[in-house]
Design a protein. Sequence first.
Length: 42
Amino acid sequence: MIILLFTGRYAVGVLLIMSIVIPLGGIRRNNVAVNAMKHRID
């Protein structure tokens, strides 16, 4: 039971971290693309 609870919490933690990290990575890529477009326009 303890192992199941631990693995369950670990899985939830990983999902939470992934749900935070992936959007941040996407935002950074979008910012890089936007900055590249701005430089091209200038």
